[in-house]
Design a protein around this ligand. Structure first.
Ligand code: G1P
Length: 243
């Protein structure tokens, strides 16, 4: 159903680019739902109205499919609209940290998940989405938890990278510090942050104090680095392929 929503303009949110037959944001929302998340807030910027339209209802199309008895298609369209999804506009592009902070009033004093719209990954061998794995891990530790993945050393400048202090158990790291997009010669490891995070609400207070970092933006990675000095932050290494 994805391409139906593609506006023929350059002002296209990259999250709306279709993978096979769906815009990527749809995969993200499905991952959230399969992970037991009931309320979703999308922080969007300028030119991202296509995302809101995608999750809006489309009564004409629904009537049409109903009349023609195209039940499978109808179910797909209804699933897209039948979600508690809210939109907040980030008025100035001040970075990922600022985007997360924008959602503070919505989230309040509770743990929450951050899913980046341009990172997709597959379910694991047990059929669990990555976000569900992180939530399960959070429920055991009560600590902020973010997924990392081994990347080729020459690609570290594309990611936040961790400096692991110890492997607490197989594939689960404690971290000395987090570095946003280090050049390969400065990278403390090849373990990259891949766009799925569970946070305790204390991250908001830290973000409020975080000064612009790499690229002049408020970096979520810098805030995590600060949080890690007062609360434990765990990094499980994912065993699956990113898509
Ligand atoms: C963001 C984060 C970075 C992370 C990456 C994952 O960077 O700042 O730490 O590794 O997402 O995709 P972006 O890709 O938005 O520049």
């Amino acid at each position: 159903m994805g391409t139906r929503f593609l506006p023929a303009t350059k002002a296209l949110a990259k999250e709306m680019l279709p993978i096979v037959d769906k815009p990527t944001i749809q995969f993200i929302v499905e991952e959230a739902r399969k992970s037991g998340i009931e309320d979703i807030v999308v922080v969007d910027g300028k030119n991202k109205r296509s995302i809101e339209d995608h999750f809006d209802s489309n009564p004409e199309l629904e009537d049409n499919l109903r009349e023609k008895g195209k039940d499978a298609m109808l179910k797909l369209v209804e699933e897209t609209t039948d979600i508690n999804i809210y939109f907040i506009r980030q008025s100035h592009p001040r970075g990922l940290g600022d985007a997360v902070l924008t959602a503070k009033a919505f989230i309040g004093d509770e743990p929450f998940v951050v899913m980046l719209g341009d990172d997709l990954n597959d379910i694991n061998s047990e059929g669990k989405p990555l976000t569900k794995e992180l939530i399960d891990s959070y429920e055991q530790t009560g600590a902020s938890t973010l997924a990392v993945m081994r990347v080729p050393h020459e690609e570290t400048a594309k990611y936040g990278v961790i400096n692991p202090s110890e492997e607490v158990k197989d594939g689960l790291y404690n971290v000395t510090n987090f570095v946003e997009k280090p050049a390969p010669e400065d990278a403390p490891s090849d373990l990259a942050i891949i766009g799925r995070y569970v946070f305790t609400p204390e991250i908001f207070g830290v973000l409020e104090e975080t000064k612009p970092g790499k690229g002049g933006e408020i970096q979520l990675t810098d805030a995590i680095n600060t949080l890690n000095k007062t609360q434990r932050v765990f990094c499980p290494r994912i065993q699956r392929e990113a898509l």
